[in-house]
Ligand binder design. Structure first.
Ligand code: SF4
Ligand code: FE2
Length: 625
């Protein structure tokens, strides 16, 4: 395949993609090089039939009179509302799944997680099933409230000093779904024209997205799917074994297929695979749901092959020919998969009608018919395996990835690992051995220097400066596939961090799993702040979503800003056409929530900037610099 291709930080992935004939995002990045300048700056408005209006120095206003600030504000709020909606959809389904577990006395994998969450929410119940129902109902009740009725759990799971700040600013979110609804209303034609008011709505959306879509989704998932366990696991294409019937999973809603993954372990089901000529069934992790399975992999050893790669690695995973079925349940299932699946005769099934793929069979997940649905999925996988294997060539780059990569880190087990206290980590930070903490989160994209390039380079620069990195999201998939969580990665760290890694036997980059686990990082940050008796903006902690991709990432980013954190992005959101919006997000916000956006496409100077912020905070806290 001689045509030009986008680069990846993962060279083996890049050479594998180049060796195949399939059209992938790596190729399409080249044909989409020419960007629309108005779109990039966020100054194209097509809200009414007078448009599209595009702002230029010669035409500074749309036909209705909207200026660049209003247009950018509306476009940005609309994007944040959509992103929030996606995460709220996830937490709503997750809570409904938990409620179903309670009502049907289903599988509770971690009673500890259930008690932990119930206690956090102040919920008591006679038995564990009733507890599940009450926890689920408390979450759902908040999601469904009207906008002027504030969500109750924010006060219970939000960090005290932050909640006070949010109240003072008047940005405490009302019902999460209503916040999305009104975000869409506000950003329609000839309604809101005040960009600052719209940015404040973005912060409210950020809070509801973060505390519910992220934090609560994880805590509920832990109950149904088991707590993450720190362990070594193989990563990359090497996890794919052609001797099995391989089912690739993509999306974000792990709790939608709990029943299916249990079913795949049953001896009778394994026998079906054997009768078809395979050793059994295996789930191949891809995108965030694969990360979610990976962090809980301890509970699914028999059926989980491992995590193969992130969103833009998925086409290449499919190109190996060793995948027999794709089960998708939410986003990051890129449309580019579809023609490759058709060509390689891979059955596609989607489990959520908001993510119906055009060549996939949609299976309605009736919670009362899991048995029937599981049987159908198993039969489809068997059929697909039998139909395609003799016709399709398999080529798995077994040298891709790493045999050992540390995974499964959570806010709970990290603290346990440190001796049931944050003191050892705080001490290391206080005495300067570890300069500070950077959360590298979010997606992977193809445009910030190439696939995962900025993420990987920035991470290397940070660990070199003795800043420990915690990661969550597709960025994690990229970092692990280049070995930054494998033994030996400590050699890339600064002398002090390297010594800590050696002593504790950990890599300098800790894998918290899916983007949802940004919620876990928020808990780590708030617990560290609480231990020190300070607010979040005082912590020597920075946030970066170097290769943010989508609207969901913007909603995550709004959460980071509401938390008062410095947030780095390699590429700006589509806001630069408005001086006002850009100024508020990059400067003005410092005096509002304490957070601000830093845009810098260069990893080295970004690391310098982030290090400077960390050192400044250390000095203000009176720590050794
Ligand atoms: Fe143009 Fe205003 Fe209509 Fe937007 S809403 S397309 S700026 S006239
Ligand atoms: Fe994700």
């Amino acid at each position: 395949n001689s045509c030009k291709m986008c680069k990846s930080a993962d060279e083996r992935l890049e050479s594998f993609v180049a060796s195949k004939e399939f059209d992938t995002a790596f190729h399409r990045t080249e044909t989409q090089k020419q960007k629309c300048g108005f779109g990039l700056q966020g100054v194209c408005c097509r809200l009414c039939s007078n448009g599209p209006c595009r702002i230029t120095p010669k035409s500074p206003k749309g036909i209705c009179g909207a200026d660049a600030d209003t247009i950018v504000g509306r476009n940005f709020l609309r994007a944040v509302a959509s992103g929030s909606a996606c995460y709220i959809h996830v937490v709503e389904n997750t809570a409904l799944n938990l409620k179903h577990v309670g009502e049907t006395k289903g599988i509770i994998k971690s009673e500890k997680a259930l008690n932990h969450l119930a206690e956090k929410l102040g919920i008591e119940a006679d038995d564990k099933y009733e507890k599940c129902i009450k926890v689920a109902d408390a979450v759902l009740k908040d999601l469904y409230k009207p906008r002027f009725d504030k969500m109750e759990l924010v006060e219970k799971i939000g960090y005290g000093p932050r909640v006070e700040k949010w109240k003072e600013l008047g940005i405490m979110p009302g019902g999460a779904k209503s916040e999305v609804f009104d975000g869409v209303v506000k950003s329609s034609t000839n309604l809101n024209s005040d960009p600052v008011d719209m940015l404040m709505s973005c912060l409210s959306l950020g809070i509801s997205t973060g505390l519910y879509g992220l934090t609560l989704t994880n805590l509920i998932n832990d109950i149904m799917l088991g707590d993450p366990v720190i362990r070594m696991a193989p990563v990359g294409f090497r996890v794919i074994d052609e001797d099995y019937i391989n089912i690739m999973i993509t999306g974000h809603q792990h709790s939608t297929f709990t029943s299916f993954q249990e079913k795949l372990k049953e001896p009778e089901v394994v026998e079906l695979a054997k009768a078809a000529g395979a050793k059994g069934f295996r789930l191949v992790g891809c995108t965030c749901v694969g990360q979610d399975l990976q962090i809980r992999g301890e509970h699914y050893q028999e059926i989980f092959a491992g995590h193969a790669g992130n969103n833009f690695t998925s086409e290449a995973v499919l190109s190996t020919g060793a995948i027999d079925m794709i089960v998708s349940e939410f986003n990051c299932t890129i449309p580019g998969l579809e023609p490759i699946a058709d060509e390689l005769k891979v059955k596609m099934i989607c489990l959520d009608d908001v993510a119906k793929k055009k060549n996939a069979e949609y299976v309605y997940l009736d919670r009362n018919k899991y048995d029937e649905i599981d049987r159908k999925l198993i039969n489809e996988a068997l059929e697909s395996y039998k139909n395609r294997r003799s016709e399709v060539k398999i080529d798995i780059p077994k040298d891709h990835g790493f045999e050992q990569s540390l995974t499964g880190v959570s806010e709970k087990n990290l603290k346990e690992f440190l001796g049931d206290s944050w003191k050892p980590l705080v001490d290391l930070i206080a005495n300067g051995t570890i300069k500070g903490v950077a959360a590298i989160v979010g997606c992977s994209n193809m445009t910030a220097g190439g696939h995962d390039i900025n993420t990987v380079e920035l991470t290397k620069e940070l660990i070199k400066r003795d800043i420990i990195v915690l990661s969550a999201g597709c960025s994690t998939g990229g970092l692990e596939n280049v070995g930054l969580m494998s033994p030996g990665a400590e050699e890339l760290a600064g002398e002090n961090l390297k010594a800590v890694c050696k002593q504790l036997n950990i890599p300098p980059v800790l894998n918290f799993g899916p983007c949802l686990a940004i919620g876990r990082l928020e808990i780590v940050a708030t617990e560290l702040a609480a231990y020190l008796g300070i607010d979040l903006p005082q912590l020597p902690l920075v946030l970066s979503a170097p290769q943010w991709l989508e609207e969901q990432a913007l909603a995550d980013g709004a959460f980071g800003l509401a938390l008062g954190l410095p947030l780095h992005l390699a590429l700006p959101p589509f806001i630069t056409g408005s001086k006002l919006v850009t100024e508020v997000l990059t400067e003005g916000l410092k005096d509002i929530t304490g957070g601000h956006v830093i845009v810098n496409p260069d990893p080295k100077s970004t690391a310098d900037q982030l290090e400077e912020i960390i050192i400044d905070r250390r000095v203000k806290l009176g720590l050794k610099d």
